[in-house]
Design a protein around this ligand. Structure first.
Ligand code: NAP
Length: 566
């Protein structure tokens, strides 16, 4: 049974007493950008595929994260699909950095334009995926008790899709309304006249706080760790800017795929907005000038101000001090400003935040900042939050407390490979993958932007397209050569794991207790999960593996079973 065309798909024989499973060549889990593009490409290849999606609509992270102020911090001209020249010409973004409603509208447009919905089953959460060695197929179970069977299973489950509530005593005793930024109500929330608490000060909170502050009567922010944040300088899309991209999309997209983050920070610049100079190689005045210019431009390109901000502590200190000086400039109350200044980890090693009026919001009379380092939360009470300094009463609590990132969603599915081996057990000491694409012992199970790939350190759409294209090439190769299974060897996986780890340890990233390191989840192993080698380098590594006949993978012919059985 090599990779077959849709017309050849046969349903597997149901075992005695078993409900017959619906059979496909490929089951895709998740209808975000990764799952949708995978489905589109599989159809082109002539394979039958179905997406199983827990939500009622497409969009993945942009479906769930509807909190006020939610916005992408990669420019929309680049945070969009490149696979269809017609799509990228016909779609227009209204702002430099699109907000969540517009990105969700784009996801829906993609679903409609490519007629994807007829192969997406919504409100269906995958609870288990077991590999059956006899049939060489994945048996997939859903929360509704439905069973599916597929030769391949593609986890397009996203890196930040399992929201994390804090483990604080008394959390369930609270009588007011509670929200998590990652599961925001579709109808929106009206905080007018309310006393609102926000717990957390990561990217989500930093976007939500200025918007909630404008509506609420009183907003109290509970901060454990302050964050470095750069103004977005968001604004309306201009016809000139849009036109410059649309007329040169081919060249620019091709270049972006070779960059470290998959982003061109300044497409009109000879070096695409990357200043290839050490921060220590220039004078104090020049350094300040560069930082001021980056601060004025806004966005994550701040971290490309010099080439060693993430590898040289001394250089990093200069950027961190510059941002602290800006916080002190903006926030009028010096004590509040000091609490907002991050001091105990290098800038950029927790995800750099991008905001609109975040620090300015603390100058509002209706906003209060509580420093949890000085007065930790002791409990959530029926009326609000109790810290070491006393009790605060609220009408609503917003948890902006992040996600069980990168591995949480996969570990919540009961995934079992050869000999019933559980992914949860295999990953107990940290995720084990080859190229972030597959895991040993799990034949024909792919992950889009899995741990061990650049994923969250990159423009996700660039990385999604690269992963899907690589997988499609692999499936086409298998089909052409009568191959039935693909699986990494344990040796190749171990070597890749070491490579990912070494790359991480050459940077300052490992100095921060971040979700990249699993540090935000109690008991989660402290491993730097994404691959920092860069999107361009990583693409070359993946392409080289394929060019060498899928080096590090074992590919089994369809007739191997018959041979083995003799
Ligand atoms: P996050 O970065 O993990 O932030 C969670 C916040 O909650 C942190 O400030 C954390 O403090 C705090 N927290 C957690 N448990 C707590 C507790 N028990 N008591 C008090 N505070 C607690 O999560 P996020 O803000 O949702 O962002 C996650 C990622 O999503 C981002 O890093 C980014 O990759 C992505 N994102 C991107 C955008 C964008 O494109 N602009 C927007 C939103 C999110 P500690 O730091 O002390 O743990």
């Amino acid at each position: 049974m090599p990779v077959r065309g849709a017309e050849e798909t046969r349903e597997p024989q149901a075992r005695k007493g078993e409900v017959r499973a619906a059979g496909y060549d490929v089951i895709i889990v998740g209808a975000g950008f990764g799952g949708m593009y995978m489905l589109h490409r599989l159809r082109e290849l002539g394979l039958s595929a179905r997406i199983l999606e827990a939500a009622t609509g497409v969009g993945g992270t942009w479906y769930w994260n509807r909190y006020p102020g939610a916005r992408c911090d990669v420019e929309s001209m680049q945070y969009s699909f490149s696979f269809s020249p017609a799509l990228q010409q016909e779609w227009s973004w209204s702002e430099r950095f699109a907000g969540q409603p517009e990105i969700l509208a784009y996801a829906n447009h993609v679903a409609d334009r490519f007629d994807l919905r007829r192969d997406i089953q919504f409100e269906t959460r995958v609870t288990a995926a077991h590999y059956d060695e006899e049939t060489r197929r994945w048996q997939i179970l859903t929360n509704g008790g439905e069973r599916f069977s597929a030769q391949f299973c593609v986890m397009a489950t996203g890196c930040l899709s399992t929201a994390k509530l804090p483990e604080i005593e008394g959390r369930d005793s609270y009588q007011g309304a509670t929200y998590h930024t990652g599961y925001w109500p579709h109808e929106g929330v009206d905080f007018s006249g309310q006393r609102v608490a926000v717990i957390g000060t990561g990217s989500s909170a930093i976007q939500a706080i200025p918007v909630i502050a404008e509506q609420a009567a009183q907003l109290t922010v509970f901060q454990r760790t302050p964050n470095y944040s750069i103004p977005s300088r968001n604004g309306p899309m201009t016809p000139d800017y849009e036109g410059s991209w649309k007329s040169q999309y081919d060249v620019r997209r091709a270049k972006a795929r070779t960059m470290r983050t998959g982003i061109l920070y300044d497409a009109s610049d000879a070096n695409y907005g990357i200043n290839d100079v050490s921060a220590m190689a220039v004078s104090d005045d020049e350094r300040r000038r560069v930082y001021e210019a980056r601060w004025a431009t806004g966005g994550t390109s701040f971290m490309a101000a010099f080439n060693d901000l993430l590898t040289n502590q001394e250089s990093n200190d200069t950027a961190a001090e510059f941002v602290r000086s800006k916080i002190r400039e903006i926030v009028r109350n010096p004590a509040t400003a000091e609490i907002l200044c991050p001091k105990d980890y290098p800038i950029g090693t927790k995800r750099i935040c991008v905001d609109t009026d975040y620090f300015e919001t603390y100058n509002r009379p209706n906003v209060e900042l509580v420093d949890l380092k000085a007065t930790p939360i002791e409990a959530i009470t029926p009326k609000g939050v109790r810290t070491a300094a006393g009790e605060y009463e609220f009408d609503a609590i917003v948890y902006a407390t992040g996600f069980d990132a990168m591995t949480g969603t996969l570990m919540n599915i009961d995934i079992r490979g050869r000999e019933g081996a559980e992914l949860r057990e295999q990953w107990a000491a940290g995720p084990q993958t080859y190229l972030g694409l597959m895991s040993a012992g799990m034949p024909n199970l792919f992950m889009i932007t899995g741990p061990g790939s650049p994923s969250v350190l990159s423009n996700m759409i660039v990385s999604i397209e690269q992963h899907v294209d690589w997988m499609i090439d692999a499936l086409a190769h298998m089909r052409k050569n009568g191959l039935e299974t693909i699986e990494p060897t344990a040796d190749a996986q171990a070597a890749w794991g070491q490579h990912v780890n070494e790359a991480g340890h050459r940077t300052l990233y490992v100095k921060a207790a971040s979700w990249y390191m699993g540090a935000n989840v109690a008991g989660k192993p402290r491993v730097f999960m994404p691959y920092i080698g860069g999107v361009g380098t990583y693409r070359e590594e993946c392409d080289e593996v394929a060019a060498k006949g899928y080096e590090g993978f074992v590919l089994t012919p369809a007739d191997a079973r018959a041979v083995a059985a003799e």
